[in-house]
Design a protein around this ligand. Sequence first.
Ligand SMILES: Cc1cc2nc3c(=O)[nH]c(=O)nc-3n(C[C@H](O)[C@H](O)[C@H](O)COP(=O)(O)OP(=O)(O)OC[C@H]3O[C@@H](n4cnc5c(N)ncnc54)[C@H](O)[C@@H]3O)c2cc1C
Length: 547
Amino acid sequence: MDADVIVVGAGLSGLVAAAELAEAGKQVVVVEQEPEASLGGQAYWSFGGLFLVDSPEQRRLGIRDSADLAWQDWHGTAGFDRPEDYWPEKWARAYVEFAAGEKRSWLRERGMKFFPVVGWAERGGYDAEGPGNSVPRFHIVWGTGPGVLEPFVRRVKQAAHDGRMRFYFRHRVDELIVDAGFVTGVRGTRLEPSEAGRGQPSSRTSSGAFELSAQAVLVTSGGIGGNHELVRANWPERLGAPPEHMITGVPAHVDGRMLGISKLAGAHVINEDRMWHYVEGIKNHSPVWPEHGIRILPGPSSLWLDATGKRLPGPLYPGFDTLGTLAHLRQTGHDHSWFITTTKIVEKEFALSGSEQNPDLTGRNLKSTLGRALPGPTAPVQAFLDRGEDFLRADTLPELVGKMNALAGDLVDPARVEAEVTGRDREIANGFSKDAQVTAIHGARHYIGDRLIRVARPHRLLDPKAGGLIAVRLHVITRKTLGGVETDLDGRVLTPSGDPLPGLYAAGEVAGFGGGGMHGYRSLEGTFLGGCIFSGRQAARGIVRQL
Ligand SMILES: Cc1cc2nc3c(=O)[nH]c(=O)nc-3n(C[C@H](O)[C@H](O)[C@H](O)COP(=O)(O)OP(=O)(O)OC[C@H]3O[C@@H](n4cnc5c(N)ncnc54)[C@H](O)[C@@H]3O)c2cc1C
């Protein structure tokens, strides 16, 4: 035996599990296809938003949350409706309890701190039992994605130093070894050394083969978002036809190969048609990986138009219902859509997802973070205004529409856009309105966090004092995989008959963040990093109990 446990994938879920296993006295080998430069996988790039329920940060801002309210929201958002949702729903329940209970203190004991203003993602906009967060719950880790990884990287490095863990970088698993019904190890390809920087694609040229054996194998290999072919193959009918053109929100190593490899070994892969892609993607002016896109985390005030200039129906406002908006846009016959907005709105409401797009929070720079409350965009937003190919600026609406049509083909009807903009602007004059988006903007400003840094004072788009008009072309951007390998609450991989496949465990995105899809059809956001931490920890504890 080469180890007690082999962990396949050195992303967040793998590192959490590996740290827990080593600290429980197990000998661990971590096998990772990328070079060491990419240690931590997607989590490094993440914004570091975590779903917490009834936290001190929420209470300080006057938010009343509870486990019951969070479960109501989760349940309404997930829409569990299949027999195979048995384990996913159990995972969801356990995760909501974790988020309302031990999660914050467990992370704080490991050194994590949170930005005091809690964000309100996925606002829903339907009725109480429908999808969406009733209250703000998106807690940004001080230090963003790298700050989330830090405690676990520290622990695995200590374990490696103490001789309890070995890392095999540039080792790609191609097969799970099954002997008499037991998973006993992995086989794969040693990839040639690579100088690729973090997140950059690395070569797939072989320099030989390898084989490793252990009492247990834990798969933590991530989702499919970097593999457009798999995304298209699994694209569900309920979201219409897959877009012809998408941009990519994850590095190329998020290739989904281990899902097929696990299936071949006997694992039950479920809910493959459930995925989470954003509709506010913009092309990165400085790409790291192929077709690199960035997601705008929008506040609620921009006017959202389809490719022809028609306003999206309520409640498909910015930041309200990601997959509802995606399903609607897929019916329009076009891949892109538009925000029409103003400089004032962009300055206050545009945040960009990703650690590198938030150097103030990532670098834990209090002074520049506080600067978010001052007028003016963050430097990364300014860079997109200056260099982003999807950003257009103009002083008048006809000029703006002219630029939109020049960029994306003559699809936008100028008269239609003028009617949408002037109609919306008439509704702004009153603090009450029949326009549900305008009412939602007023409602959001009752929350101090939104008023401070997230929601611009309501104003007319054509107000000359709003700093000029901006149009942003939005692409579908791939990101998360909601289905995956079916697991029980110990992270044991199940076969199609429902029995555990001895020796095989899974956690993180490859396991649908627990159970094969604890989010059901959609997410409340900030639930992925936490899902990796929780499922990585559960699987490690399950393995320790079994061995
Ligand atoms: C820009 C961005 C922003 C995000 N923001 C947030 C946020 O604010 N909040 C939130 O909750 N989530 C966020 N996420 C999502 C979250 O970061 C991911 O879902 C999570 O980090 C996935 O972790 P993982 O360990 O499951 O997989 P990964 O991070 O994908 O790691 C898997 C590892 O396995 C390796 N691997 C795969 N196959 C093999 C193989 N065959 N052999 C060997 N190694 C293999 C891969 O190379 C990779 O290193 C964001 C993601 C991105 C990209």
